[in-house]
Design a protein around this ligand. Structure first.
Ligand code: HEM
Length: 329
């Protein structure tokens, strides 16, 4: 090996240690330009149809993408169904509340893509999920952005691999920051992505600790707006049917907007992990800035989503293109 190659390899190794997430350098826009040039339109049409049938398509797909990327990277491993002796990611307790419409969106988009002969078995489920996520954000009033493509689908999916990888609604700022940092995301990215809670639903059990028996001194979490706390109590009485879910954004539940941050300023963050973004002095300035500046929030959201989409991307022999998104080939 020539001296130059040794130097090059050494430099790449140093870069890899410094920037472990830069494996994603292989992602690019227009990745399918030659094999399936129309893929983005095909996916968008399916997502739009599904959106017209049910709004749940939006939050379900967005959350599915997040839960996919934080566990073994954005490789559609969350879509794989359990089989035989393997309990898959989707059956981990943290994933049981993923709404079925997210899975359905990806399966339907994959079928539409595969129906075009040149595209058959050429587009990964992971990329379809990334495109569908971009589409649901735009359809609900959020920013539209160019999505990077070129992910392969993962070759494993186990419930055990989910342990400790997803944030809990009780998390404080340090816990949120460290989990996001483990995925190459900054506090700013984390705050921008948390605004995904501007759409969608939560089951009552996920925040019941804040409205009943919060602590010895305070039966209700004192960082909660009092009127909002009463509303939550009436929508989620003690011993409510565990299937009941309520809007996470009480103001504009069906619009992807920065009202999420205005809600936090009023004590209307649903989870501790939402409200802490305003109560902790380290994140409060960002919440305040984005509550009154939608373009700045949208720009940060696009940056953060693009970074999220690069997490743990599989290439080469680490992945393949799944024929059926819910089963390994
Ligand atoms: C910051 C830490 C986060 C925590 C602790 C958290 C936690 C939760 C919880 C507990 C729910 C309610 C689930 C249910 O009861 O069905 C939920 C819903 C949701 N989350 Fe998060 N999440 C976080 C970040 C994110 C991120 C980064 C995204 C996407 C970019 C996201 C997207 C969603 C969406 C869209 C829903 C609504 C799902 C639906 O309506 O089906 N979350 N989240």
């Amino acid at each position: 090996m020539g001296r130059l190659s040794v130097v090059m390899i050494a430099m790449w190794s140093i870069l890899f240690v410094l920037f472990p997430h830069s494996t994603s350098a292989q992602l690019r826009q227009n990745y399918y330009a030659n094999v399936c040039p129309n893929v983005e339109n095909i996916v968008r049409n399916v997502v739009t149809q599904k959106f017209q049938q049910t709004f749940v398509t939006v939050p379900a797909t967005l959350r599915l993408f997040f839960h996919d990327c934080f566990v073994q990277g954005c490789d559609a491993s969350v879509i794989v169904a359990s089989s035989g002796s393997n309990t898959a990611e989707k059956d981990h307790p943290d994933n049981l509340s993923l709404a079925g419409d997210g899975f359905d969106t990806v399966i339907k988009a994959k079928a539409a893509v595969d129906a075009i002969p040149s595209c058959t078995n050429k587009v990964s489920c992971a990329d379809i999920l990334a495109m569908a996520t971009r589409d649901v954000v735009a359809l609900s009033g959020g920013p539209s952005y160019a999505v990077e493509l070129g992910r392969l689908d993962g070759l494993s999916s186990t419930a055990a691999s989910v342990n400790g990888k997803l944030p809990q609604p009780t998390f404080n700022l340090n816990q949120l920051n460290s989990l996001f940092a483990a995925n190459g995301l900054t506090q700013t990215d984390m705050i921008a992505l948390s605004a995904a809670h501007t759409v969608g639903f939560s089951h009552c059990g996920k925040f019941a600790n804040r409205i009943y028996n919060f602590s010895n001194q305070n039966p209700v979490d004192p960082t909660l707006n009092q009127n909002y706390a009463s509303q939550l109590q009436s929508m989620c009485p003690r011993n409510v049917d565990p299937r009941i879910a309520i809007n996470m954004d009480p103001t504009t539940p069906r619009t992807f907007d920065n009202v999420y941050f205005q809600n936090l300023q009023q004590g209307k963050g649903l989870f501790t992990s939402d409200q802490v973004l305003f109560t902790d002095r380290r994140s409060k300035p960002t919440v305040n800035a984005w509550s009154s500046n939608s373009p700045a929030f949208q720009k940060a959201f696009i940056t953060a989503m693009t970074k999220l989409g690069r997490v743990g991307v599989k290439t080469g022999s680490n992945g393949n293109i799944r024929r059926d998104c819910s089963a390994f080939n």
